[in-house]
Design a protein around this ligand. Structure first.
Ligand SMILES: [Zn+2]
Length: 135
């Protein structure tokens, strides 16, 4: 997932768009709208039709039951996720909550980029080492 895509999924509406083929219908508590509300993006395939992941903490979950509460499952499997801890649907967030979330999300993206850079540096190091060992 690219950075631009990650930012898109900060929006509940955009997360909901990924749930077009969700396994449960509206009358169940584990419906598409509730899943998107609780921060999930549907990334399932025909092999794993109910695989989702959190846009914020990247936690992947499957094995959903129709009566599951998406917020509860999110918190119990990813207790440090800031989004899950807020437990507030986007429409009910205060401006401060939303800004706080966007802020942490921005930091998270920067950390991810930084980690990727470090990986690259590491690769450069390894490459340099392997070249040196040939001498
Ligand atoms: Zn999460």
């Amino acid at each position: 997932m690219g950075k631009e895509e990650m930012v898109l999924f900060l929006s509940e509406k955009n997360r909901l768009q990924t749930f077009k083929k969700w396994i449960f219908s509206e009358e169940h508590s584990c419906n598409a709208a509730k899943m998107a509300e609780a921060g999930f993006i549907h990334i399932g395939s025909s092999k794993e039709p109910d695989l989702v992941k959190c846009f914020f903490c990247n936690k992947q979950l499957d094995g959903w039951e129709q009566d599951d509460n998406p917020w509860e499952e999110h918190v119990s499997h990813s207790s440090k996720c800031k989004f899950a801890m807020m437990r507030t649907p986007e429409g009910e967030m205060t401006l401060n909550q939303y800004l706080d979330l966007a802020d942490s999300f921005g930091e998270k993206i920067i950390t991810d980029i930084f980690d990727k850079k470090l990986e690259t540096l590491d690769e450069i190091f390894k490459l340099a080492e392997s070249k040196n060992s040939k001498h």
